[in-house]
Design a protein around this ligand. Sequence first.
Ligand SMILES: O=P(O)(O)O[C@@H]1C[C@H](O)[C@@H](CO)O1
Ligand SMILES: Nc1nc2[nH]cnc2c(=O)[nH]1
Length: 295
Amino acid sequence: PHPRSFTGTSLTQNHDEYQKTADWLMSQTRHRPQVAIICGSGLGMLADTLKCQDTFAYADIPGFPQSTVQGHAGRLVFGELKGKSCVCMQGRFHMYEGHSLLKTTFPVRVFKLLGVETLIVTNAAGSLADGLKPGDIMIIKDHVNFPGLVGLNPLSGPNDDKFGPRFPAMSGCYDKGLRCQAMEIAKELGVAGLMQEGVYAMVGGPNFESIAEARLLHRLGVDAVGMSTAPEVVVATHCGLRVFGLSLITNKDTDSVNHEGVLEVGRLRSKTVQQLVTELISRMEINNNNTTNAV
Ligand SMILES: O=P(O)(O)O[C@@H]1C[C@H](O)[C@@H](CO)O1
Ligand SMILES: Nc1nc2[nH]cnc2c(=O)[nH]1
């Protein structure tokens, strides 16, 4: 399809295509992940903490889209973190790259088929709130899915009942228990001063906001704005995954923002984000018994 036709095409994806990718991955790794992590811009180092890694380039995974954005390596990393089996996306897919929304969220349904129970999403975002400055970390308590509000939704098209209902609720889609646990961890790590909860809004990108757009979003109650995450969370919630989300604030409004600066703040805060996520995974309750299979 024409790369610009992503809004109107690919409204269906056969269930077998997700299953084929999941089956292929299960044939290539002995890990059976319980937790999946999607790394935002400049936050790919989260994968480095995984032990006993099995790594796959997206290009080698049947059915996987390709990453095209600098700072998104394009690798899927399986491994163990504090006794939990995890899979980490070093690089995500964005609507502005020309992927259909079904493609941007394809890995989430594959994770579900792998047995994942909890999805952790991270992103880089611009602050619109007075109290949030570059380097701060926002626990996402809710989102505004601007593309979704006008019908650009990965759940558009025939519903796949095997994954979830036609009309899923999105209230409470960012798990309250995990949000509280993360704040407790931040206190223990001595980084509570960097952290607060807020509302993330996804816009289409790839341009950053004009001054008037940033002002509008602020008035609408948005604390941080970015170009991803919401479709992944919609699809995850649809198929029953528990979700936790973090935004690393990389810039304030649109003040001289650029992608290099975004990646730079990611590097600066990588250690803190890594510690928070590692500790959260270490403490989280997991109901399923997915684990790494001894070979
Ligand atoms: O993947 P995320 O949402 O972290 O990426 C943000 C939004 C754009 O892709 C990019 C802009 O610098 O960072
Ligand atoms: N839309 C948007 N995405 C971002 N990603 C990092 N910073 C920003 C921002 O200011 N706006």
